[in-house]
Write a protein that binds this ligand. Structure first.
Ligand SMILES: CC(C)(COP(=O)(O)OP(=O)(O)OC[C@H]1O[C@@H](n2cnc3c(N)ncnc32)[C@H](O)[C@@H]1OP(=O)(O)O)[C@@H](O)C(=O)NCCC(=O)NCCS
Length: 198
């Protein structure tokens, strides 16, 4: 669990029982802290910002749904998301990128289809929405932080993801973390990472 520090004593491992697929609440998580970034759960107040990030032309082109998302669609998604215990979206924050020392939200990422009995989940919705956040290794740190928590606190054994086959930047990031390609089709790659071989 290298580099992870939780801000409060409330952790996923405090909540028992965790290992049931019929969980009615999302896994408990306040903040995950790494050397440069911190991750915290998405809140309703983040919706305008996350929609703006997601609707950037150079961001939405990499997702399954490439059309811009309306405010209403985003709200509908949020209502559904809040009720899904197996779906967790986290906001990536860092301090001091602009020299002010202030904490800023820079992007997001998520883990979903969490099945603690099978030990599996999917990783996705990764994006850096703030332009000055790119190319600094912040996305890889954030992804590593989330995966470390998934292995350690959720007890997952395998995480899968899908990425467009021409998304070289994202694929490079996933390969640096140890993901490998399982299959390719329709312009998409299926990748996975096992806890045992990470
Ligand atoms: C995918 C995405 C999050 C990757 O962002 P990124 O800035 O390339 O990723 P990182 O923050 O990990 O930075 C990696 C880069 O920073 C460099 N870097 C600088 N300092 C670094 C450090 N301390 N540690 C690691 N990398 C560092 C790396 O060399 C790398 O640059 P390179 O690609 O030129 O070699 C971003 O491109 C994005 O938001 N894309 C649009 C949405 C998207 O495609 N999402 C993925 C859907 S599957």
């Amino acid at each position: 669990m290298t580099g992870i520090r939780r801000e409060t004593g409330r952790t996923a491992s405090d909540a028992a029982p965790q290992a049931v697929p019929t969980a009615t609440a999302k896994p408990l998580l306040d903040v995950l802290r790494g050397p440069r970034v911190r991750l915290r759960p998405l809140e309703e107040g983040d919706l305008p910002l996350t929609r703006a990030w997601r609707n950037r032309d150079d961001v939405r082109c990499w997702f399954r749904t490439t059309a811009p998302i309306s405010e209403e669609q985003h709200r509908d998604w949020w209502r559904g998301y809040r009720g899904r215990p197996d779906d967790l979206v986290l906001v990536i924050e860092a301090r001091g990128l602009d020299g002010s020392g202030a904490v800023r939200a820079l992007g997001m990422l998520s883990i979903y289809a969490i099945n603690q009995v099978a030990g599996t989940a999917e990783f996705g919705r990764l994006l850096l929405g703030e332009r000055d956040a790119s190319g600094r290794g912040l996305a890889i740190e954030a992804t590593r932080l989330l995966l470390d928590w998934a292995w350690t606190d959720l007890g997952l054994r395998r995480v899968t993801l899908e990425v467009r086959a021409d998304n070289r930047r994202a694929i490079a990031l996933y390969e640096r973390l140890g993901f490998s390609v399982d299959s390719e089709g329709d312009g998409w790659l299926a990748m996975s990472l096992d806890a045992a071989t990470r």
